[in-house]
Design a protein around this ligand. Sequence first.
Ligand SMILES: Cc1ncc(COP(=O)(O)O)c(C=O)c1O
Length: 369
Amino acid sequence: MLRLSLPHIDEAAIAAVADVLRSGQLVQGAQVAAFESELQRWLGVRHAVLTSSGTAALHLALLALDIGPGDAVLVPDFTFPATGNVVKLVGATPVLVDVEPGSYCVTEAGLQAAIAAWRGPQRLRAVMPVHEFGRTVPMESVGRLAARHGLAIVEDAACAIGARFADGRLAGTRGDIGCFSLHPRKTLTTGEGGVLVTASDALAARLRRLRNHGMERTEAGMVFHEAGYNLRLTDLQAALGRAQLPSLAAWIDARRALASQYLQTLEPLAARGLLTLPTLDPGHSWQTFMVVLADGIDRAALVRRLSAAGIEANLGAQCLSALPAFADVAQASPVARRLHAQGLALPFCEQYGRPEVARVAAALAEALA
Ligand SMILES: Cc1ncc(COP(=O)(O)O)c(C=O)c1O
């Protein structure tokens, strides 16, 4: 089976994890500290704080910004449910915003319309732009809007490590807090894992406390400042991430080349109106390659046919307003609904090349004929 994606774990990474297992220091040790420093350098940020998942990172970001009951947060309607779930979990109200058909991301106009239409009673406190599948949301416009309306920015860069904005800066580094996921479907993986980044010393200190029982180590010993969580990454996972980080830039380059090959090879199917392709952006980090099938094409039947041909394919992301957990949030998002219904994620990772693209394209053409 040609899998949707494969984690990229070589023998050196396995040996690094084995070394940690033999060391006797399994959590919050030298590996976590070193991985945080290396991520700070790689991302060009003041603070990187490792967490047990991308969801944990998003959750802690909202807690550290004191967002809770009585607050509202702008969230794209097309995303993984975690983006909206964390807003609900802190007791705030998600305000869902439809996305653009070609980038699958929110736009300035969409955010502006949602802000103008918001009647409360909850107070708009933050915006969570999602750099969907590694495609960046232009942050100058989000920054302008946020400044005008007094909103904090939490970038959901779960899928977007290494993605670049038009000015060359990295996704996740422009908001008050940026959040990344290290889940196995992501380009850099620790099995489960997440990263928070921020330029603020005060936010970083709060995030570190909240992930670790509200605790801070001082010269006088452990001080428990507030009720906190245990959302830490282990040293085993940090060692796995450290072994991959030096290859990450090359892997993202390979993904950009693979996306170009897909776009070229699938163009004839797009020209026949059978599917639409994602729009190109040079800074895209291509965590997922999702096409959108024409209306009337039965995606479930197509996924079955591809599976019979040895190719794994799946939907891309969810439409939050269509999920039971968000039934209380009134929102009509025609684009998000369509992307959720007709989006098709294809096998995609840096280990694949022209042969895999040719195989997927041939199977798709045959199944759609
Ligand atoms: C946009 C987005 N946000 C958040 C998450 C949650 O990350 P994790 O699975 O590491 O908890 C994901 C995971 O797929 C995601 O795609």
